[in-house]
Design a protein. Structure first.
Length: 436
């Protein structure tokens, strides 16, 4: 029963009416939030398509459950299933302590070459926020997922490997600014033209497809000239060389300014943007972390390297309610491989309490539904989530930050979402907002 999703010759997913989609329920609170999420997904799909479509869920193992049953944290069969069925979803996973795999999440991303970590960040009306205008935060982060610190190239201080590397740096490469030789650990940060360009390409394609105004290349190229600076340079090359008829870039503006003056450069930019061209710009990472607090409206799609993306994603999530409501996906747009995931941890001390917010995995499932072209079901869930929050019927994380709220268990929150499916209108949202 059920059929596989496949990648067509045209580079687009071919999705049957009853696709088989593997899932990993996750560790800690994973099983209880997954149980709720699956019920929400199934109900939304059934309602949106009047029973003509259905997801056939297929469990695959990773994490503690896999280790207990197979003796492996990430069985080869799981990776094979993720490849065979293309699209999958997972809850939070424990990182094994001691030797072996550093991170199960990283291992999956590297094996499947899931080069784009995609994190949409948008505020739901009524969600408690530490910032004054959270409604201005509406971004999609494209974080490079295979290079930079995720390459995991490190040597611990005092080991023969670190000593050998240090000797190579000092004696053969002429490096003179190792402050404490003999007492340093080392890490190597690979950033490639190919890795950069495929990520920026995905970000630009996404912005054009969704009619968004800009792509911002966030980097630290003022200090790391050839890695972070290379990311900026190669990103602009993609925009100019592959999307020149659809974009206008800040480096084009800079060149025009040098050749014809600032007034001319400004006029060309104004004309390009008035014609609907996508603006591709760049910003230094530390400045960007300031800008998302004081001018978030200036940014829509963001492309960045791994470490910057880690900081940025969590900082933005905090502005709209925290990682408990932050969805995420890891995608290879060429092969079609995609793993959607809850972005928070396993929260083991809350496991079995039926109290945690399942919104992260539910919204990640909405991303999955959109990815396979079932947007109607995704929109139904998102609309229901908005209504449920505005009615102040929430789990403990939001309950503690609201006044006059009703506390729900995890499964009760899922039931509330289902009850609110298909009945939410803009009028309802506007009427309810006055009481918040």
């Amino acid at each position: 029963m059920g059929e596989k999703i496949t990648m067509g010759a045209d580079g687009k997913l071919q999705v049957p009416n009853q696709p088989v989609i593997p899932f990993i329920e996750g560790d800690g609170i994973g099983p209880e939030i997954w149980k709720v999420a699956e019920k929400v997904f199934n109900t939304a799909v059934d309602k949106a398509y009047s029973g003509s479509k259905k997801i056939i869920w297929k469990e695959m193992l990773a994490g503690e459950k896999a280790f207990k049953q197979t003796g492996e944290w990430l069985p080869a069969e799981t990776l094979q299933l993720a490849k065979e069925y293309l699209v999958s979803i997972k809850g939070p996973l424990t990182t094994p302590i001691g030797g072996g795999i550093r991170s199960l999440n990283v291992a999956m991303r590297q094996d499947l070459d899931l080069y784009a970590c995609v994190r949409p960040v948008k505020w739901f009306k009524g969600v408690p926020s530490p910032v004054l205008n959270p409604q201005d935060v509406d971004m999609v982060i494209f974080r490079e997922n295979t290079e930079d610190i995720y390459a995991g190239i490190e040597w611990k201080a005092g080991t023969p490997e670190a000593q050998k590397f240090e000797k190579f740096l000092i004696e053969e490469m002429g490096v003179k600014n190792v402050r404490f030789p003999g007492d340093s650990s080392y890490g190597v940060k690979p950033v490639s033209s190919e890795g950069t360009k495929r990520l920026v390409r995905a970000a630009i394609e996404f912005a054009l497809e969704h009619n968004l105004p800009s792509v911002s290349l966030v980097h630290k190229g003022n200090i790391m000239k050839f890695t972070e600076g290379g990311f900026k340079t190669w990103g602009y090359e993609v925009a100019r060389q592959e999307y020149g008829d659809k974009t206008f870039t800040w480096d084009e503006w800079d060149q025009l300014k040098k050749e014809h003056g600032e007034a001319h450069a400004n006029e060309v930019q104004r004309k390009a943007l008035s014609e609907g061209k996508l603006l591709v710009k760049d910003v230094i990472a530390d400045n960007f972390l300031q800008q998302i607090l004081i001018a978030p409206k200036d940014y829509s799609v963001v492309a960045t390297l791994n470490l910057n993306g880690d900081y940025i994603s969590d900082a933005l999530a905090a502005e709209v309610g925290g990682i408990g409501i932050a969805p995420g996906a890891n995608i290879n747009y060429k092969t079609g491989y995609a793993v959607f995931e809850a972005t928070h941890g396993t929260a083991p001390k809350f496991a079995g309490t039926n109290s945690m917010n399942p919104s992260s995995v539910i919204l990640s499932g909405c991303m999955l539904l959109e990815y396979i072209g079932w947007k109607e079901a995704a929109d139904m869930i998102i609309s229901a989530l908005q209504a449920t929050i505005m009615r102040k019927t929430v789990t403990i994380d939001f309950y503690n930050l609201m006044t006059g709220a009703t506390l729900l268990k995890t499964d009760e929150f899922g039931d509330a979402l289902i009850e609110n499916m298909g009945v939410v209108t803009d009028d309802f949202q506007l009427k309810q907002s006055s009481s918040l």
